[in-house]
Structures are given as structure tokens and as C-alpha cells.
Design a protein around this ligand. Structure first.
Ligand SMILES: Cc1ncc(COP(=O)(O)O)c(C=O)c1O
Length: 402
């Protein structure tokens, strides 16, 4: 008897995965030296491994056998308490009934789409936007509406016009307001207020995905959408420790209206039961013992130096050929070529030259930005950054036959 094709669900067609993760897999298969501007991960030396190992002795060592049990679905009490305390006085301050610990920021996004989105609902996203966020929305069969971004974040007039043209309000507006992935830009305060106003006018859920906000190295803080919303149930905030401590811990949190907590817990119980307990205990000890503030101070300074090194190298090699954004924090910088340079075609050549990035069209559901690319400045030293940008210039010359 021969088996027929496997009886996949219709939704399997919508599981498009992540261009970013697949380019990482391609990178892993290369053995020559490559400067890695592709992934949005902290540098290995930015992960506080020594401190985590130190606090881990007590938090998950022999004296803490229960650290390897199941945890409460809404989050381990030690983690919840340490986090609530760490956030006190910040723009992300919150209360127990609004807080759910998640398995990274991605689960916060997945839960949002799971509880709010029906197939075919409209989701307004920034253009460009975070590829994996798009993949999550599509996995719940969203229809996506791309809204341009400029130096002040999502263009709110363009959002209004796009919604008028679509003839229906978005069920969800998805924004990365601070040091946006991929562009690095930050939404201005007036636009944050206007966006909240539109969400209220349309009754749209506003997903406020802000993993990089604590990594500001220049300029003044702007209140988060969470703070500006002042408890408005339409605002659903997603946060993560992936960029500020370590992505492999897979711990994040959702800050949402208290009426949603029961649903979030039910959805999480049907998904992963609870977030990894040893990782929560480690982070709880890291926070409780007061390491976060100093760690962030050091990281911000490192990232400022790295961004400046990248901009200087870009000026040296790409002046007149491209322009780029000027992020005041976070991990990314967005480069747009002045003439048609196919950054998808450039990718393989760049890999051969020894530098990796993510092509611009990966950040647009409609494949916009063919002549742009995202560079992560956070994970390479200034010396490596200078080398990587020089290699990128050589790759462009090879592509153009210079
Ligand atoms: C905008 C944005 N949201 C969410 C995430 C996912 O975070 P996590 O790795 O904690 O799932 C990322 C990571 O790159 C991101 O850039």
C-alpha cells in the first residue's frame, strides 16, 4: 500500500516561517569568515554569562530542586515579583493582574493574534516591519495592510488613507514604536498620541511590540504606548528579555488588560503549559540582585560605539551611493541605495565576500524595498563592523561589475 500525500490542514499553507531564521541556517552552513550583520542578537560578549552562572548556583542549583518543575502558567511568582519591582518607576510599570510571563516576545505576538484575530481580518503593519511578526499574523490568516514608515515612525496620515482605501478598519494595528526592527526609527510623541486616537476611533487593538526600548544610547526617552494608553484595554504590550539579557532564555512578558488574563492563561495552557521555569528563576535572581541597571548601562555604551562605527564606515564606503537611518538605540540600521541595487541578488555575493545582512524585501509582505537592507550593528565589534562594511562595498562593486 502506498501512502498518499499527508492530509495537511489548510492553514499549513499560511505557515511561511522566517526569512531571517532561514538565512541564519544558510550562514551556519558556511565555514569561511563572515561578518554577521544579519541576526538581531546581542553580541556573545554582551550576554552576562558570568553573572547568570553566579546567581544560578542558588537559583537553579542543588538547593533549588523545585526550579525544574512545572511553573504557574501566568509566570513563576518569583519572576513576576522581581519583574514588577524592576519595572517600577519606568514607562513600562505595571500591576500583577495585567502581567503574563511568556516564552519570549514571539509568544506574546502569537497570543495576541490567537485571541483577537479571525481569518481575513485586516492587520495594519509598518512598512518595513519585523518579518517574524508578519509570519505570525499570516499563520492566523491575517490580511496585511502596509503603512509607510519615515524618520518619525509609522506615518499616521498614510495609515488613515490606507484604511480609507481598504474600506474597513483594521482589527489590529501592529507597531514597533521604539528603535524599530528593521529601520531603527522611533515613533515621535505626537504620532504615538495620534495612533492611540485612531485605534480608539476604529476600536482596533494596538499591539505595542517594544523589545529595544531599554537600549536607548542617544536622545531623550519618549513615553511608551503602554504608558500613554493609561490602562486603555485596546493596548496590548509585548516585551522580552531577549535583547536586553539573552535570547536563549526565551522569557518575555505581555502587559494587557486584566480582562484578558484568563484568556491568555487558557491559550498558553493549550500551547506550552508554562514558560521555562529554570530560565524564569535565573532571570528573577538577576533582577532581584539588581544587575539589570548596570548591565543596561554597559550595553547602551557599547551599542552607541558600534552604531557610530557603522555610520562612519558607511560614510567612508557608501557616501553618495546610499543613505541610512540614524537610530538612537536598539540594534538596527536601515540602508537604502540611491540607485537600483538588487539586495537579494547581492546577498550571495556578499556572503562570498564575507559579510551577511538581511535583504530589504524580507521586511515587506508585498516584497517592497528591493534596494534596501538591514544591518545589525549590535553584535559585532567596531573593528569587525569596519571590515564588514568594506566587504559590503566590495560586494556591490562585484554585483555592478565595477
Ligand atoms: C520587533 C520584535 N518583536 C519580537 C521579537 C521576538 O522576540 P523573542 O526573541 O523574545 O521571541 C523580536 C526579535 O527579533 C523583534 O525584533
Amino acid at each position: 500500500m502506498t501512502a498518499g500525500p499527508l492530509p495537511l490542514a489548510r492553514r499549513a499553507d499560511s505557515l511561511v516561517g522566517s526569512v531571517i531564521d532561514s538565512s541564519t541556517a544558510l550562514l551556519a552552513s558556511k565555514t569561511h569568515d563572515i561578518v554577521r550583520f544579519a541576526m538581531g542578537s546581542p553580541a556573545p560578549e554582551a550576554i552576562p554569562t558570568k553573572i547568570l552562572a553566579h546567581v544560578g548556583v542558588e537559583a537553579i542549583g542543588e538547593a533549588a530542586p523545585d526550579a525544574f518543575d512545572y511553573a504557574a502558567t501566568e509566570g513563576d511568582p518569583a519572576m513576576r515579583q522581581a519583574l514588577l519591582h524592576a519595572l517600577e518607576g519606568t514607562s513600562d510599570a505595571t500591576t500583577p493582574e495585567r502581567l503574563t510571563i511568556t516564552s519570549g516576545g514571539m509568544q506574546g505576538l502569537d497570543l495576541a493574534y490567537k485571541i483577537f484575530l479571525d481569518p481575513g481580518d485586516l492587520v495594519a503593519v509598518e512598512s518595513p516591519t519585523y518579518t517574524n511578526g508578519t509570519a505570525t499574523a499570516l499563520s492566523y490568516q491575517a490580511e496585511l495592510l502596509e503603512v509607510p514608515v519615515d524618520d518619525d515612525g509609522m506615518d499616521i496620515d498614510a495609515l488613515r488613507e490606507a484604511v480609507q482605501r481598504a474600506g474597513r478598519a483594521p482589527k489590529i494595528i501592529y507597531t514597533i514604536p521604539t528603535f524599530q526592527n528593521p529601520s531603527g526609527v522611533t515613533m515621535s510623541l505626537p504620532r504615538r498620541r495620534d495612533l492611540l486616537g485612531l485605534a480608539r476611533e476604529w476600536g482596533s487593538v494596538l499591539i505595542d511590540d517594544d523589545p529595544y526600548g531599554m537600549l536607548r544610547f542617544a536622545g531623550d526617552d519618549i513615553p511608551t504606548l503602554h504608558e500613554l494608553a493609561d490602562g486603555d484595554p485596546l493596548v496590548y504590550s509585548v516585551r522580552t528579555f531577549s535583547k536586553i539579557v539573552a535570547p536563549g532564555l526565551r522569557v518575555g512578558w505581555v502587559d494587557a488588560d486584566p480582562s484578558l488574563q484568563r484568556l491568555l492563561i487558557a491559550a498558553k495552557q493549550a500551547m506550552d503549559t508554562c514558560t521555562n521555569l529554570p530560565a524564569q528563576r535565573l532571570l528573577a535572581a538577576f533582577l532581584r540582585e539588581g544587575y539589570l541597571d548596570d548591565h543596561l548601562l554597559t550595553q547602551r555604551e557599547q551599542y552607541r560605539l558600534r552604531k557610530e562605527a557603522m555610520q562612519a564606515a558607511l560614510t567612508e564606503h557608501f557616501d553618495g551611493l546610499a543613505h541610512w537611518t540614524d537610530p538612537q538605540g536598539g540594534f538596527f540600521l536601515w540602508v537604502t541605495f540611491e540607485r537600483a541595487v538588487d539586495t537579494q541578488a547581492l546577498f550571495e555575493i556578499a556572503l562570498d565576500e564575507g559579510v551577511a545582512y538581511i535583504p530589504g524585501n524580507a521586511f515587506s509582505p508585498e516584497g517592497r524595498f528591493p534596494n534596501a537592507l538591514r544591518l545589525c550593528f549590535a553584535s559585532s565589534t567596531p573593528e569587525r563592523i569596519r571590515e564588514g562594511v568594506a566587504r559590503l562595498r566590495r560586494a556591490v562593486d562585484v554585483l555592478e561589475g565595477a
